[in-house]
Design a protein around this ligand. Structure first.
Ligand code: CP3
Length: 346
């Protein structure tokens, strides 16, 4: 692991400073594209088991930092740890992604128990403690949760889906039921994020991977309002811990999200134009993003060109280099090394 610099560039960028070269970390920087991760993963029957084994999860968290000059670590876990902790059946089926027993009525909702969260989330907090103890003091650890809309959509759909049709239809048909589910997730997310901060996380990110499927009114009700409630509560309990919001696919609604949720920084997906990010978003708050993960799979001159383009467009303001979505499992490790080196010598 590299020697720590005096002041961490990621924290400086999140506080609004322009940092040159900009800090870099990568969503899903731990995971299957790393052979050493696959080795750890092979020791346990399922991915969810790995999330609940602090020693191995801490090892997975640290692996990318041993290889690359990254400016932050992100705790190895998953957004679906929360529904699992609430008592929903959650499984990760090899090659198929997550499978959950769908919650679609009041009976299903009533079976979920906030009381179990503290105990079920304890292994994640222990992972955070272990990672923080192992990291150089100046490399912060990011804690995270899924945003209520995205997690609720998984809970209702029972699996990943293209357009979240079951969740959106339920929300139109039974808004009271949907609101009760969202309220439960707001409360669990606040507790879960606070638990990670208590254990040593110094930055938080809220992943709203499916923000893009919501129409304007629903974007306000299911994405912006719940995120604002989480941000407000976590900031009251943990002032000074920056929160990055990532409403993936929100398009021009990202500006309202940035103003209304009170997040400290905005994660930008691949589809947001760089000119728009600079003029409408970076003028309001630090931004993070937004290289297409498939460019990192492809590599070569096109990767270099697009990295330089992002740096030229966003590097003169508060900026954190990242992807627009998580690293793909088929990403060559050398491409990641090339990306990090290029950003660092910019
Ligand atoms: O970024 C990191 O390195 C930290 C770990 C992390 C994981 N998932 C590990 C993981 C984070 C931050 C997540 C977030 C997550 N999980 C999101 C939000 C971001 C996004 O990608 O949109 C979502 C929607 C999930 C839900 C999820 N978890 C899915 C849909 C899948 C299956 C798809 C796949 O890639 O296999 C997962 C599994 C998962 N989460 C893996 C990892 C490393 C792969 C599991 C394995 O090793 O078998």
């Amino acid at each position: 692991m590299r020697a720590p610099s005096k002041e961490n560039s990621f924290l400086r960028a999140l506080s609004g400073q322009t940092v040159k070269p900009p800090p870099i970390w990568l969503m899903r920087q731990a995971g299957r594209y790393l052979p050493e991760y696959r080795e750890v993963r092979a020791k346990v029957p399922s991915f969810l088991d790995l999330c609940r084994m602090p020693e191995l999860a801490a090892e997975a968290t640290l692996q990318p930092l041993r290889r690359f000059d990254l400016d932050a670590a992100i705790v190895f876990s998953d957004i679906l740890v929360v529904p699992y902790a609430l008592g929903q059946k959650v499984e990760f089926v090899e090659g198929e992604g997550p499978k959950l027993e769908p919650v679609r009525d009041w009976d299903g909702l009533k079976r979920l128990q906030l009381d179990g969260l503290a105990e079920e989330a304890a292994p994640v907090y222990e992972t955070v403690e272990r990672v923080v103890a192992a990291l150089p003091e100046n490399v912060p650890l990011i804690g995270f949760c899924g945003a209520p809309w995205t997690v609720a959509a998984y809970m209702v759909e029972g699996a990943g889906s293209k357009d979240q049709a079951a969740a959106r239809t339920l929300a139109y048909r039974q808004p009271e039921l949907y609101q009760a589910l969202i309220n439960l997730l707001v409360e669990s997310s606040v507790r879960y994020l606070e638990g990670q901060v208590k254990a040593g996380a110094r930055v938080l990110q809220i992943f709203d991977s499916w923000a893009g499927s919501l129409a304007e009114d629903e974007f306000q009700r299911w994405c912006v309002d719940p995120t604002w409630r989480i941000v407000t509560a976590v900031k009251a309990a943990a002032p000074g811990v920056p929160i990055i919001g990532f409403p993936r696919g929100a398009g021009p609604k990202a500006e309202h999200y940035a103003r209304a949720t009170h997040v400290d920084a905005l994660g930008c997906g691949t589809s947001l134009p760089l000119g728009y990010i600079r003029s409408h978003l970076q003028s309001l708050l630090p931004v993070q993003g937004n290289l297409d993960p498939l460019l990192l799979v492809a590599g070569g001159a096109e990767l270099d060109r697009r990295v330089d383009q992002i740096l030229a467009m966003l590097g003169d303001g508060p900026f954190v280099f990242n992807l627009g979505h998580g690293i793909q499992p088929d990403t060559p490790v050398e491409h990641v090394a090339r990306l990090v080196a290029r950003v660092k010598k910019s």
